[in-house]
Design a protein around this ligand. Structure first.
Ligand code: PAF
Length: 288
């Protein structure tokens, strides 16, 4: 086994073979394993998922891979923060192994397979980022098949991603327990995100209003306001507080993400938003 044990205090596997060998050794000891897939630039939100993983399994693997296939050519793949040493330091005492493959290991010459889902991938993020979820589903399937964990944990901040992965795991009979961890928020309620680092001080102040408007819109609908009326009002407010572009503000079925034809929730509902401020696109969601 050629784990990198010298760069950081936590060992790093950089290839599928090294990861599998580490996991096999744990399996031999009868230990259970949790996987927390990330793209690095770890913040308290990620660390809360790692802490949750720790309560569910004997060993915790955190993958750090900025997955090129989930970024469209006009998106921030090259600018996405890559902070491996800081990430490793933040994981000390929390994770047992970092899996940090490079793109050539994940997508070797000739790689030709894509997992694409219909339905749940189509609205919301799927309408604005049509290739995004195929990239996510494919990389997550690969990460799970490489680590073969007992449990895989994802954040609720990417709610649609969570529903997409849940669907894929069920459809493909992937033998893993699947769990979502709650959104962690800054003091003003802004959902923690690696992309918050892009915000200027002025943008950061306006960004803090997004969750407030989201919550108030959800409350209006819970109190009986028709969905279209509440979201139209919320949309105006998002632009008024300083966002430059609203991609969507919608209330959808929490699991299928289908729209409610009667303009009012008929079952568990979720409010979801994506809006751009300066060069930063933020997403957030909460239950209605
Ligand atoms: O949520 C993320 O950070 C990524 O989409 C994931 C799940 C690690 C796949 O690249």
């Amino acid at each position: 086994m050629t784990l990198d044990t010298t760069s950081y205090k936590i060992p790093v596997a950089r290839s599928a073979a090294d990861l599998r060998e580490a996991v096999a050794a744990w399996r031999k000891e009868g230990l259970s394993i949790a996987l927390v897939p990330t793209m690095g630039a770890l913040h308290e939100g990620h660390l809360s998922l790692v802490d949750l993983a720790r309560t569910k399994a004997d060993r915790v693997v955190v993958s750090i891979f900025v997955n090129p296939t989930q970024f469209a050519p006009n998106e921030d793949f090259s600018a996405y923060p890559r902070t491996e040493a800081a990430d490793a330091a933040r994981l000390e005492g929390k994770a047992d192994l970092i899996f940090a493959p490079d793109a050539a290991d994940m997508y070797p010459e000739g790689f030709s397979t894509t997992i694409s889902l219909s339905g749940v991938t189509e609205p919301l993020e799927g309408a604005f980022r049509p290739t995004h979820f195929a990239g996510v589903a494919t990389v997550v399937a690969k990460l799970i098949l490489r680590a073969m964990p007992d449990i895989a944990i994802f954040g609720e901040k990417d709610w649609q991603q969570l529903m997409v992965i849940r669907r894929m795991v069920a459809d493909l009979d992937i033998p893993v327990e699947f769990l979502g961890g709650p959104i962690m928020r800054e003091a003003d309620g802004l959902a923690m995100s690696s992309r918050n680092a892009y915000l200027s001080p002025e943008e950061r102040k306006a960004a803090g209003q997004l969750n407030v408007i989201l919550r108030e819109t959800a409350v209006s609908v819970a109190k009986g306001m028709p969905i279209s009326e509440a979201t139209a009002e919320g949309s105006k407010r998002i632009l008024a507080v300083g966002f430059d572009k609203l991609d969507y503000l919608e209330i959808r079925d929490a699991a299928s993400l289908a729209a409610f034809p009667d303009n009012k929730p008929a079952g568990p509902a979720r409010i979801l938003v994506a809006a751009k401020i300066g060069r930063t696109r933020l997403i957030d969601n909460m239950p209605v």
